[in-house]
Structures are given as C-alpha cells and as structure tokens.
Design a protein. Structure first.
Ligand code: SF4
Ligand code: SF4
Length: 427
C-alpha cells in the first residue's frame, strides 16, 4: 500500500485535534502581519505584484495541511489507499509556510485556542525531514552555525570585543550575562549598556566570552530542531560552562536566547536547569526602581514595541514599560496594537529577515507607522533583532542609533537598556 505523502510524526495528539478545531472564522486574517503586507500590495510573494494572497494566511496553512493529512490518513485512505499529493503541491505549501514570522498573534486571537506557532514549528520539522524546507535563503544557517558557533560567520574570539576597559568580568559569579550573537556582533552598544548598569549597582557578573555558543533559535525556527543535533550540543556546552562558573542566575539581552533557554534547554539538558533564567529587562530594570540620580532627561514621546519572543511567548509585558516610565521626561504612549496583540517587526528572530528580507522590510515599515500614528518620537524595544529590523526599516539596519528608519518617518528606534544607560549618563 502507498505511504501517506506527509506524516503526522511530529504532531502530538493536541495538535492533531487543533486542525479539526479551526472553524475557519477568519479572525487570524485580521491580525497576520504577513497577510497585511501581501494584501496591501506592498509585497508580492510571486514577484508579479498581483496581490495574490491565497495560501498565505494562518487559516489557509491550517486548512491545507489538514487536507494533506486527510489524503494520507482519512477514511478513503484507510479503505483504499492514501492519495498521493504531488511533490510540487507540498513544495509550494512549504514556501508559503516559511513566509511567516512565527510571531504567534494568530494564536493569540484564535477563538478556538489553536497554538499556531507550535503547529508551524512541527510542520517545519516535518518539511525539513522530507526535504522541502527551509527556504534556500535560510539554508546557510545549517552550515554556518555549526562551523562558526554563531550565524554571522564571526570569530568566536571576538565575542567580547565590545567590552569596555572600565568593566571587569569575574571568572565566576552568581550572575552571568549571556550576551547572544546578535548583541555581541551587531548591536554591541546594548551589551555595553547592560554591563555599565550592572557596574553602577556594584553587581559582579561573569560571561562565557569565547566559550559562548549560539542558542540556535534560528535553526529551531526553520525546523532543524531534531534533524540536527547542533542545538542540543550547543545548549549542553553553554549549560556546562555556566555551571562551571558557579552561576545562580543568567541574564539574557536577546528574547530569542531567553526563550530557548527557558523552553528548550531543560529538554536538551535532560533535567531542570540548576540556575534561573531572566531577561535583562526583568532584572536590570528592577534595579532602577530606587534610582534617583538621573543625569539626562529624555523629554520625548516614547512608545514600546513588545518583541514577540519576550511578550507573547514569555509573558514579559510590564517590566520594560515600568522601566521606560521611570525615566525623567518620558511621555509614554501605547501603540494601538500592544502586548499580546502587538504587530511583529517582521524579523521572525533572524529567520524571516534572512529568508525573505523584502517581506520583513515591509512589515517593519508598518510597525514604524504604528508608532508614528500615536505621535511617538522614540520607538523603544528590548530585542536586538527587533531593533535592527525597525531601525533599518528594510531589514538592513546598521544598528546606529538615531538613523532614519528607512521610511522617512523620522522616528528614532532605541534599545531599552541603552535608553536607561543614557538617562543615567553611563554611555
Ligand atoms: S482564528 Fe483560529 S479558528 Fe479562526 S480561522 Fe484562524 S486558525 Fe481557524
Ligand atoms: S505566526 Fe504571525 S506571521 Fe505567521 S501566520 Fe501567524 S500571524 Fe501570520
């Protein structure tokens, strides 16, 4: 008997039920940032500007995979034989599935409670396994990360090249700062800001330096969770190094690293982690609560962009807002889409930014426009990938604060730690 064209191997029982739970109500279509830019004509997946949108919505993806499963496992398949799905149809589905930032807002608004990002992860894993994923433009992650230990082809020995001379790193300490590849190599000012704030409060810390290895969030997000053992191997080596340094708490600047550490590291390690993981915005900014020695007033209208990984996925919404509101001279405003209903910046970690950068750029412009619409002069975020994407406006941001964001809107994009450090006169 013919085998089903797609398998259900990477779907658990709950996920199988989720395909049936979709009522095709269309709520997710109102929120999906990818669908928004395709529908507006700003981005055309097939490059012909036709505004073709079929197949790119969250609802289409759920429905299309359900049909694939019916062809392989439905009643007709059981009575007769699984119906073969043409390879071209599966490949086209795969291309559409990877045109997604995995932002998760479709799951937040779904009345049926479908965990869409969990589904996308599992489907991508299945597609990688049968040779249909990821996008060709994302394949380099699978070669570069194992070879270099980071996705930027950077020298591991330069991991701490951003470290200022006035900062001392302890060999071992209760607190470790897991800086992350993007901050170390692309937005070093964010790291300088964090360590200067730690120094201001006399908190000794350690880092892994050249021993730090990529969290592999991008590999996981493109579906290489189990087909490659790199993520597991790197996680174990990072964990062992942190244990050797006697760490009790690990601070993360990048929400992607933070989420992988909380959600994946215990599974890779095979046990509960012997240290606590927190995002820098939860730890460092608590320190600011009693701070009264502000050097610089902000005197601007400021809004905050929730990174998908930090907000929707990890539930950290208030600490960054609290920190911003404490700074002198801040007029804080919310964008219309905020917290769990936030609009993604378009980066999708780095996976969509590297995979389909034009699509990312158009989503970023929409997010910047959200800030313009509420009169913000400063658009603050607490993720290096969001920062680069919003600052560039076209997916090619150079991370230099104060640059035009690419759509001429004139909003300055700022990292939260950097904004706090500036206000304290530390940078
Ligand atoms: S919101 Fe949920 S139930 Fe409604 S169409 Fe989208 S996935 Fe299906
Ligand atoms: S995860 Fe985000 S980008 Fe992907 S389908 Fe859902 S709403 Fe659209």
């Amino acid at each position: 008997m013919q085998k089903p064209s797609v398998t259900t191997d990477h779907l658990d029982a709950m996920q199988l039920m989720e395909f049936d739970a979709c009522t095709r109500c269309g709520e997710c279509l109102k929120w999906c940032p990818v669908y928004d830019v395709i529908k507006s004509g700003a981005f055309s997946p097939n490059g012909n500007g036709s505004g073709l949108v079929k197949g790119y919505t969250p609802r289409d993806k759920v429905g299309d995979w359900k049909q694939f499963m019916n062809a392989g496992y439905g009643l007709r398949a059981k009575l007769f034989s699984p119906k073969k799905i043409p390879e071209s149809v599966i490949q086209e589905f795969s291309e559409r599935l990877y045109h997604c930032a995995a932002c998760g807002v479709c799951g937040s608004v779904c009345p049926a409670g479908i965990n869409t990002t969990g589904l996308w992860d599992s489907l991508r894993t299945s597609l990688v396994e049968r040779g249909n994923g990821p996008l060709q433009s994302q394949e380099f992650f699978t070669e570069v990360i194992p070879e270099y230990g980071n996705p930027y082809r950077a020298d591991q020995q330069n991991r701490l090249q951003w470290l200022p001379d006035d900062i001392e790193v302890s060999e071992s300490a209760d607190i470790a700062y897991f800086v992350g590849c993007t901050v170390e190599y692309k937005t070093p000012l964010h790291a300088v800001s964090v360590v200067r704030i730690l120094k201001r409060f006399d908190i000794p810390f350690t880092t892994l330096g050249e021993d730090e290895l990529c969290c592999c969030a991008d590999l996981i997000s493109i579906g290489h969770r189990d087909t490659e053992n790199i993520a597991r191997d790197f996680a174990r080596r990072n964990i062992e190094q942190l244990i050797e340094r006697g760490v009790k708490k690990v601070l993360f600047s990048c929400p992607g690293c933070y989420q992988v550490a909380v959600d994946e590291w215990p599974r890779y390690y095979g046990d509960k982690l012997p240290f606590e993981c927190v995002h820098a915005s939860q730890f460092v900014f608590e320190l600011l609560d009693k701070e009264r020695r502000w050097t610089n007033r902000i005197d601007k209208t400021v809004t905050y962009h929730d990174p998908c990984h930090l907000g929707r996925q990890m539930g950290v919404y208030e600490p960054p807002r609290d920190a911003i509101k404490r700074l002198p001279g801040v007029n804080f405003v919310e964008m219309e889409r905020n917290r769990e209903f936030q609009r993604c910046c378009g980066a999708g970690g780095n996976a969509l930014r590297e995979g389909v950068s034009d699509l990312t750029g158009e989503i970023a412009k929409m997010r910047v426009q959200d800030a313009v619409d509420v009169g913000a002069e400063l658009l603050v975020t607490s993720c290096p990938c969001c920062f680069l994407t919003l600052d560039g406006g076209n997916g090619n941001g150079n991370g230099s604060n104060g640059n035009d964001n690419g759509n001429g809107a004139g909003v300055v994009v700022e990292d939260l730690a950097t904004l706090c450090a500036r206000s304290l006169g530390l940078i």
